[in-house]
Design a protein around this ligand. Structure first.
Ligand code: NAD
Length: 354
């Protein structure tokens, strides 16, 4: 593996490795950038075909966290950890305890949290050996499920897009089509319903779609039609790569704004949306509410402050839309540019006063 080649390609940074023989732990902590503060990002626990795949996943994800934290105005850099899930039997508690010790040895330079394959119970085990962990239970000063905050931020982002594009100050009567009504999508429907929006939903799990119908009066749409219905906003809240060569030409909405990570199958799809005159709220800008909430735990958890900071996603998305329109540059590139400007400013002047 050309390790330093990968570090160069992802613009690193530092990477830490740990092999704990007793528990079988094989862990990678990638710290992409810590100029704005200690790196914060989740801990993945998945099987990987090769060690190289695991390293590249950690590098890619940690870089994404730098961008998300910087744009959300958080005093954190981007980090991510990957634990390679063993194929044979293992002791989960021993493994996460060993991982917690590894995180502790990094002295607060990296703060961990839940991610794919890990949950609250793992964070509770990590908490027994280090304080550099978030996403623990409310009884231990944690913030619990981040989805309601992610959904709140997405609702604010949708409001910003609607104000910018449709010149409307409220979501009353605005039609939003939500793909995926799981954790975030459900809470998003709740937010939208409270604002008087008209909602359509699609989910591979019919029970979830029916719940949105029952509780929020949503219209259930066939899976393959959700992106082509007549509506104002498409909110992808399921998997990544929802915006691709197949879906983009079918869109009738003027706005795409949802929670899913990595919505653009490739960056060029952000150019395609722009060329079609569709405003795209960049995923990592609009879905940062959960991270904002988790970051609040580092200061001492305060739900009111998390909410206040999450509401600011409106301003970020509005600024992106405005700069995109004024410069003729696709919104996804404006988001990257805002982050890069911020990091350069920080390197020159140190932290901003406000
Ligand atoms: P989830 O698994 O709870 O919900 C996803 C839902 O999408 C499920 O109900 C699933 O049945 C449905 N789904 C899957 N494929 C589908 C398809 N082809 N068509 C329609 N529905 C489909 O996950 P979540 O926590 O709600 O996260 C949703 C997205 O938001 C993910 O991309 C996630 O990475 C991203 N995200 C989540 C958070 C958070 O706080 N949970 C924060 C930031 C980003």
């Amino acid at each position: 593996m050309d390790l330093f080649g990968h570090l160069r390609a992802y613009d690193y940074g530092e990477v830490h490795f740990k092999h704990d023989k007793a528990s079988g732990l094989k862990a990678i902590v990638a710290i992409h950038d810590s100029r704005l503060g200690p790196a914060l990002g989740g801990c993945r626990f998945l099987p990987y075909d090769t060690d190289e795949d695991a390293v590249v996943d950690a590098l890619r994800l940690a870089r994404g966290m730098t961008y998300k934290a910087a744009l959300a105005g958080l005093p954190h850099g981007g980090g991510k950890s990957v634990l390679i899930r063993p194929k044979q039997h293992f002791d989960r508690v021993a493994m996460f305890r060993a991982f917690g010790k590894f995180v502790d040895d990094l002295g607060g330079h990296y703060i961990t949290a839940e991610d794919s394959g890990t949950g609250l119970e793992d964070m509770e085990v990590i908490r027994t050996v280090t304080k550099h962990v978030t996403g623990v239970g409310p009884s231990h000063g944690g913030s619990g499920d981040p989805s309601p905050f992610t959904a709140l931020g997405v609702r604010r982002g949708i409001e910003a897009c609607v104000k910018f594009t449709l010149k409307r100050d409220s979501l009353d009567g605005v039609h939003v089509a939500v793909q995926g009504v799981g954790h975030v999508g459900y809470h998003l429907c709740k937010e939208l319903h409270a604002q008087g929006a008209k909602i359509s939903v699609a989910d591979v799990d019919p029970l979830k779609a029916e719940r949105a119908q029952r509780e929020f009066g949503a219209v259930v749409v066939p899976l393959d039609q959700i992106f082509e219905i007549e509506c104002d906003v498409i909110a992808p809240c399921a998997l990544g790569s929802a915006l691709n060569d197949t879906t983009i030409p079918k869109l009738k909405a003027r706005i795409v704004a949802g929670a899913a990570n990595n919505q653009l199958a490739q960056p060029r799809h952000g150019d395609d949306l722009h060329a079609r005159g569709i405003l795209y709220a960049p995923d990592y800008a609009i879905n940062a509410g959960g991270l904002v909430n988790v970051a609040q735990e580092v200061q001492g958890y305060d739900a009111a402050k998390s909410r206040e900071n999450t509401l600011r996603i409106f301003d970020t998305i509005f600024e992106i839309a405005d700069r995109s329109a004024k410069t003729g540059t696709p919104a996804y590139r404006i988001a990257d540019m805002l982050v890069e400007e911020k990091l350069v400013r920080f390197a020159k002047n140190g932290p901003a006063k406000s």
